[in-house]
Design a binder for this molecule. Structure first.
Ligand code: SF4
Length: 62
């Protein structure tokens, strides 16, 4: 699965980067996906998406 962050929705709370730092990082107060391939083995992607207060993270099936 490939994570996609909706930058319009993201408020930069940092939850995703805290839960899943190998995939998400906060840059300029927005979450960026630094390694989309990591979600193939990192279960934290799902947890990050579930804990986003803005529902800004979508996991796209490839
Ligand atoms: S958890 Fe959601 S709102 Fe918070 S930084 Fe990540 S994408 Fe943005």
């Amino acid at each position: 699965m490939r994570p996609v962050v909706d930058e319009e929705k993201c408020i930069g709370c940092g939850n995703c980067a805290e839960i899943c730092p190998s995939v998400f990082q906060l840059i300029d107060d927005k979450s960026r996906v630094i390694d989309p391939d990591a979600c193939d083995f990192a279960e934290c992607c799902e947890a990050a998406a579930e804990n986003c207060p803005q529902e800004a993270i979508t996991l796209v099936e490839e």
